[in-house]
Unconditional design. Sequence first.
Length: 283
Amino acid sequence: MTARILGIALLAAGACIAATILVQAYRDREALRKEPGRFPFLCVTEVVLYFLATLGISDYLMNTLLIKRFDLTDDKKLPGTLVVTGLVPSAVIASFLLRAEQTVEPRTLLPCLLSMLLGSVSGVRLVQGMDGARIKKVMGFALIGSFFALIVRMVVSHGAPGELIALSAPKLAFAVVFSFFWGAVNMIGVPMKPAGSAMFLLLGMTPLATLTLILVMGSIGPMGGGIAFLRNRQYAAKIACSAVCGGVIGAVLGSVFAISVNAMLLNVLLLCVMVIAIFMMFR
C-alpha cells in the first residue's frame, strides 16, 4: 500500500513538473524556436531512449550522447538539462514499477530515497558554483568510473538472479550512504544508474527490485535539485519538452514490458543493455 501511494504521488509530481516545463516553454517560445534541434526528431528519440531506460540503461548517458552529437546545449546548462529532462519520464516509470506486486519492500526503498534526496539538495549547490569546463572534466572522469561499474554489473548479473526484495540492516546502511553520494553526484549530470544497479545486484536484490530501486530513486532523488534548475531556467527547453511529449510514451511502453517479463529474461536483457551502453561509451 505504501508503494502504491508513493507511485500516485510520483505521478502527481510528474504532472506538475510537466506543466511547469511546458508553460515556461510557451512563455519563452521565441527563445525555444532558436534552440538547436528538430522537435519531431527529438520526440521520437526520447521515446526510444526512455524505453531503454526502463531496462536500466542510464538516461543521463544516452541524453549526454544525444546532446553532444547534435550540440543541443552548452556545458554550463548540460547538468540542469539532464536532470530536468529525466524528471517526468522517470516519474512515470517509477510509478508503474511501484504498482507491480512484490517489487521492493518500502523499508528498503524509503531510507535510500530519503538519503538520495538529501544528497541531491547538497549537490545542486556544488553545480551552481562550477564553470562549464570544470563540469565537463568531472563528468568525463565519472563516466570512466561508470564504465567500470557496468563491467561489475555484467559479472554480478551473470547466472541466477538475486532473490532479495528487502535488505538486512548492515546492507541497508551501506546502501543509504551510497544513495547520498549518488544524489549529490547526479546533480553534476553524472549517470549513476549503472553504478546503483551494480550495487543493488551485488547486495543480492532481484533484477526487478534493482530496476525499481534505481528508477524510483532516479525519479524522486533528483527532484530536489531539479526544481532549482527549473526555477533558474538552467536547462535546454526543447529537449526537456521532447522528453515530456515523447519520453513519457517510451516510459509507459517500457514499464509494461519490464513488469511482464520473468526474472531470468530480465537479467539477460540487463546484460544486453550493458553491452550496448559500453559500445556507446567507447564511441
